[in-house]
Design a protein around this ligand. Structure first.
Ligand code: SIN
Length: 320
């Protein structure tokens, strides 16, 4: 009889406050992110292996403050996740990440990975050296979620709340419960070591829109896409400057339901004439702006400006 294979949860460390340390004992702020190795983070949590329901493996993929996240780490992370997802001995992946750009990484991975298993990002708002750090519980919850048979797709968990890659964003600079999913609400919760799905069952995973780009990510050029804000008193000069500098795409964080200052609108029309791809997202943190009609640009389909930028980069990368 063939022995049953023990499936493992792989934890990929990228840094962040969850791995942060302060020289001031117990401090919650004024620390340095990305100091403690992922092995040490795991070793400090009792019951983690049990939550994994099998073995645990860890890899230190990066050790950064996520404000400094960039294409090189993104490429390595996406390709490493793809290789683990293809490994039959891996049940799920956990990524420890800084809170500041977590939603961007989550959206990028959602667009690239065929995640028929869970890929769970987690983080912390307090450093590992705080009096009451939130990282250990978040990591335990992330491993629990990654080991959950029904879970799939790119998810994140913090403060016991499970969010999906599309809707999640950081909404508070300090609170432990710093993430929200806007109108859609969370996908579920991890409560006392159990996952409770908000709608009674786990969400289905989508086919990644840009999965074909994965193998070439390390060699292709990432298009330059910048975000411009429509605000009172703008004159559009920034857009003209970006076009002059050879920008490939511009995402506009527009007011309300996609409205633009008239000076900015004129500058964007010049950008489109110069061959620059323009997408319009709303700067409102909640709700979803309606699609645009009779405009030389498309709406960002409900994505926040930072996520719309990632989608536009991938779209331009895939363009013939
Ligand atoms: C970071 O994003 O790496 C630092 C801030 C945090 O994790 O809360």
């Amino acid at each position: 009889m063939q022995a049953k294979m023990e499936r493992k949860i792989v934890v990929l460390g990228t840094g962040g406050t969850i791995a942060g340390a302060s020289s001031v004992a117990g401090a919650n702020v004024g620390y340095t992110a990305g100091q403690i190795g992922v092995d040490a983070l795991l070793a400090a949590i009792p019951g983690l292996r049990q939550a994994a329901g099998g073995a645990l493996a860890a890899e230190q993929l990066a050790q950064i403050d996520s404000k400094d996240m960039g294409f090189e780490v993104w490429t390595r992370l996406a390709q490493r996740c793809a290789s683990h997802l293809a490994d039959a001995s891996v049940a799920g992946i956990v990524i420890t990440h800084g809170t500041d750009t977590l939603e961007e990484t989550a959206w990028l991975l959602h667009q690239l990975l065929d995640a028929s298993k869970p890929v769970v990002l987690t983080c912390a708002m307090r450093p590992a050296t705080a009096l009451a750090p939130d990282g250990p519980q978040n990591l335990l919850d992330a491993v629990t979620l990654a080991a959950e048979r029904a879970a799939r797709g790119v998810l994140m968990v913090s403060a016991g709340v499970v969010h999906g890659a599309r809707e999640v964003s950081k909404v508070h600079p300090l609170r432990l419960d710093a993430f929200a999913s806007g109108d859609g609400g969370p996908l579920g919760w991890v409560e006392a070591g159990r996952v409770r799905w908000a709608h009674g069952c786990a969400p289905v995973s989508a086919t990644p829109a840009y999965g074909v780009l994965l193998p070439a990510l390390g060699v292709v050029h990432w298009p330059r896409v910048e975000i411009v804000l429509s605000h009172a008193g703008t004159d559009g000069a920034l857009v003209d400057w970006l076009v002059e500098k050879g920008v490939d795409g511009i995402v506009v964080a527009a007011s309300g339901n996609g409205t633009l200052h008239q000076a900015l609108e004129a500058a964007l029309a010049r950008a489109v004439d110069a061959g620059v791809a323009v997408r319009v997202a709303s700067r409102c943190p909640e709700g979803r702006m309606l699609d645009l009609h009779d405009m030389p640009w498309q709406s960002a389909k409900g994505l926040s400006p930072v996520k719309a930028r990632i989608s536009l980069m991938l779209e331009l990368m895939q363009a013939p």
